[in-house]
Each structure stands twice: as C-alpha cells, then as structure tokens.
Ligand binder design. Sequence first.
Ligand SMILES: [Zn+2]
Length: 251
Amino acid sequence: MKRILMIVIALFLCCVYAMAYTVVIDPGHGGRDVGAVGRVSREKDINLKVALALGRLIKKNYPGIKVVYTRSKDAFVGLDRRAAIANKAKADLFISIHTNSTAAGRKGTTAQGTETYTLGMHRAADNLAVAKRENSVITLETDYKKTYEGFDPSSSESYIIFELMQDQYMASSVDFARMVQRQFAVTAKRVNKGVHQAGFLVLREVSMPSVLIELGFINNRKEEKYLASEWGQKQLAKSIYNAFEAYYRKK
Ligand SMILES: [Zn+2]
C-alpha cells in the first residue's frame, strides 16, 4: 500500500513539473557573433546581462516557473538551435533580447529608445532593416542555406514568405509586446518606439508566443552609456519582468 502511494505521489509530482509554466529567455548573439558594436560595449554582452537579470527576477519571485536560457554564457548559438531549445522545452513564452543599432554604425546616431517586435511581415523599410541585420547572423553558421530552406537574410523576397504564414500566437505575442513597451516607458523611463512586426527567423521557428526586444541604440552615445551600465541593465530587466508578471497573471 505504501509503495502504491509513493508511486502515485511520484507521478503527481512529475505531472506538476511537466505542467510548470516555462519561459525561454534568449540573449541575442554570443561568441564569435558579437552583434552590434558601440564605442565601449558590445551587443552580445548587454543582451546576456539583461537576460540573466530577468531570469533571476522571475526565479526569485516565481520559484515554480521554469526559466530556460538559450545561452547563459558568451557562446555562439545558431538561430535554429535557439528555437529548438524553446520548442523542446515546450515553452509558454519566448523572449529574445537584443540591442539596436542604425546603419551609421560606430559613427553614431541620434536615434534612441526601445522597440519590441513580434513575427510578421511588414513592408516598412526600417523594420526590414532591423530584421535583416538580426537574421544575418545565420551566415556565420555552416550550411545555413540548407538549415533555413534557402532563406537568404539579405534578400527582400525571402521575407514575403512570412506574409503567408499564419501566426496562431500573434494575439498573445502582441499583448506581451505592448506590456513590455509600456514598462520600458514607465519603469525605466525610456523613449517608447512602439510595437512592430518584422520577419525575424528566430521567431518564425518557435511555436509559442514570442517577442524580440531591442533594448536601445548602442550607437547612440548617451543611450550606450545607459545600456552598458549596471543600473541601466537592472532597470531594463526590471521592466521586462514587470511586463512578464502582468502577462503571466492575466493568463
Ligand atoms: Zn541583435
């Protein structure tokens, strides 16, 4: 009798664990892929710091929630691998964290503020430019044309396919994206550049609500100072956490 009871309890605990809400946090770039570069900082480092801080906040306040990182150190991870990690974890939410830059590169820009993207085709040239830049990392992977079924990150035609793809998670993704942008404005007092849609490969591959966050412009001198500072990174992580909490509680 005791043994049967033990088995029942074990099965119950397994079910509870399997049903645990799972968040996948995806710090963009890493390893040989440094991402955008500023005067004093690199995108891959900022993304990782904010991602880890966000994960710590979730774990501290909701120990029952499972937090999975696509990378937790400075390592190169392909976009398809990142998506595979999220799909394998059967995640409920995918949060990709990036830092923005303009074509001006290290010469600098006056552009500033945060943006949050969800998957979707958008004809706006600006959105396409951001997606192209973030997707171009796949060219660092061998066999990228095979892995992504002939997808060419620099060709506009490649993005038309996104239009044809139904995104069943669109409503939830947009919902969360709006909360993130609101919190960036309220909690971190950042300039709000809004919620947009674009063809991000990493979002295309995941089967769950997903967003891609651009924390700010690394090639804006003033904003870079904030992005590279511990204080700034803490505030940005706190903002995303607040949005997550609001989203999670609404479910
Ligand atoms: Zn990036």
